[in-house]
Ligand binder design. Structure first.
Ligand SMILES: Nc1ncnc2c1ncn2[C@@H]1O[C@H](COP(=O)(O)OP(=O)(O)OP(=O)(O)O)[C@@H](O)[C@H]1O
Ligand SMILES: NCC(=O)N[C@@H]1O[C@H](COP(=O)([O-])[O-])[C@@H](O)[C@H]1O
Ligand SMILES: [Mg+2]
Length: 380
């Protein structure tokens, strides 16, 4: 049972069915991407304990595989106690549902280097802690993803705007925000980390990415960072994922500066920037997640050379989505696109991804961006 049925879930369902699994796709709206390829689907509020109880009782899944953060994770603990395997573990989903819990685990408990941070639950508190952290800083709701409710604050005058934006963009019932020191990094990376039930933890080649408005725009593999820094990132990733336990893929995010590897956050599931692996590896991040979950062997992960992904975003609202420019996007060699099939669009909603390979990362990025820009999303 997949809890969350977006683009990442869709690719996971495809991988899982190819190895003979039966998938129940769950999300908050009808015809979500993964529902279109699953065996059965259910539309519920995943923040409602009663709704979760009802679908689990109805379908009696062997595995519950969360695909988004905003789930009533206390309920997952109960399911786990009843003998259902929650991926990677119910505790891990609880730690990563809110930014403050995983931050306390990584920084306070494990002593991992992160950006300086503080929390606030009222505007007055935010004003006070912003002065302590300094400017510029980054304000984010403790429960949100893909940059929702997140803003960079350059000045005291902008704190109130950041507070209102964060509260409006918060998912779930929390009114708490985190404020972080702004890290002026050289590059940021996702280290896909595969934790297995029996075999040792393994890693993919680091993925570089570029974000706007806190949301991913393009990613590429391999990321150009030194061997020392890759090793340092792997050590941190292993420390944190060992603490979380269970099995599955994790997208561990780091800021890389001239001298430091700084832990940012992690997803206990495939990562959006990891969609580049749909073209860049022999086994993509969804296939790796599945194999780790089922305890299947992963004899080798082969990186297939310079590759990139670029997102296809909607620019306007649409209730009946239509794509133009597909032929143009596909006209170059070593370019592919995946259109997710989200039934409706609104500005900045991610509707697809363009993928490309080339002789070097710079060319792969240019090709993926060009293909993504050729696609226009309109209303029928
Ligand atoms: N302290 C910081 N300093 C500099 N940039 C930051 C900081 N925090 C976040 N960012 C920028 O904003 C992006 C999104 O932040 P973060 O990963 O915390 O949000 P998110 O909503 O969880 O995103 P996602 O769900 O897509 O991973 C980061 O990848 C980075 O580019
Ligand atoms: N950074 C997390 C991420 O990328 N999650 C992916 O986006 C979907 C939600 O999209 P939507 O907001 O367009 O419905 C999620 O279901 C997941 O696949
Ligand atoms: Mg992130």
């Amino acid at each position: 049972m997949l809890l969350g049925s977006g683009e990442l879930g869709k690719e996971f369902v495809i991988a899982a069915q190819r190895l003979g699994n039966y998938i129940i796709a769950v999300d908050r709206y009808e015809s979500a991407p993964a529902m279109q390829v699953a065996d059965v689907c259910e539309v519920i509020s995943m923040l409602s304990a009663d709704d979760l109880e009802a679908v689990v009782n109805k379908h009696k899944p062997d595995f519950i595989i969360p695909e988004i953060e905003a789930i009533r994770t206390e309920k997952l603990v109960e399911f786990e106690q009843r003998g259902i395997t929650v991926i990677p573990t119910a505790a891990a989903t609880n730690y990563t549902m809110n930014r403050d819990r995983i931050r306390e685990l990584a920084h306070t408990k494990l002593g991992v280097r992160t950006a300086k941070y503080a929390y606030a639950s009222t505007l007055e508190e935010l004003i006070a802690v912003s002065d302590t952290i300094g400017f510029p800083n980054v304000v984010k709701p403790v429960m949100s993803s893909s940059g929702k409710g997140q803003s960079v604050v350059n000045d005291r005058i902008d704190v109130e705007k950041a507070w209102n934006y964060a509260i409006a963009g918060s998912r779930g019932d929390s009114q708490k925000v985190i404020v972080e020191e702004f890290i002026d990094f050289d590059i940021e990376i996702t280290l896909l980390t595969i934790k297995q039930w029996q075999a040792p933890t393994i890693y993919c080649v680091p993925i570089g990415h570029r974000q706007e408005r806190g949301d991913y725009q393009e990613s590429w593999q391999p990321a150009d960072i030194s061997e020392d820094k890759v090793t340092a990132a792997q050590e941190i990733a292993r420390k944190v994922t060992d603490e979380l336990g269970g099995a599955g893929i994790f997208g561990v995010e780091f800021f890389i500066t001239k001298d430091e590897v700084i832990f940012s956050e992690l997803s206990p599931r495939p990562h959006d920037t990891g969609m580049v692996t749909l073209i860049s590896q022999n086994l993509n991040e969804f296939e790796l997640h599945l194999r780790a979950i089922l305890g299947l062997p992963i004899p080798n992960i082969e990186q297939l050379g310079a590759s990139a992904s670029a997102v296809i975003l909607a620019s306007e609202k649409s209730e009946s989505v239509c794509f133009e420019g597909v032929a143009e996007a596909l006209s170059e060699p070593d370019v592919d696109i995946k259109l997710f099939g989200k039934p409706t669009a609104h500005p900045y909603r991610r509707m697809g991804v363009a993928l490309a390979k080339a002789d070097n990362v710079q060319d792969a990025r240019a090709k993926a961006m060009k293909a993504a820009r050729s696609i226009k999303i309109t209303d029928i």
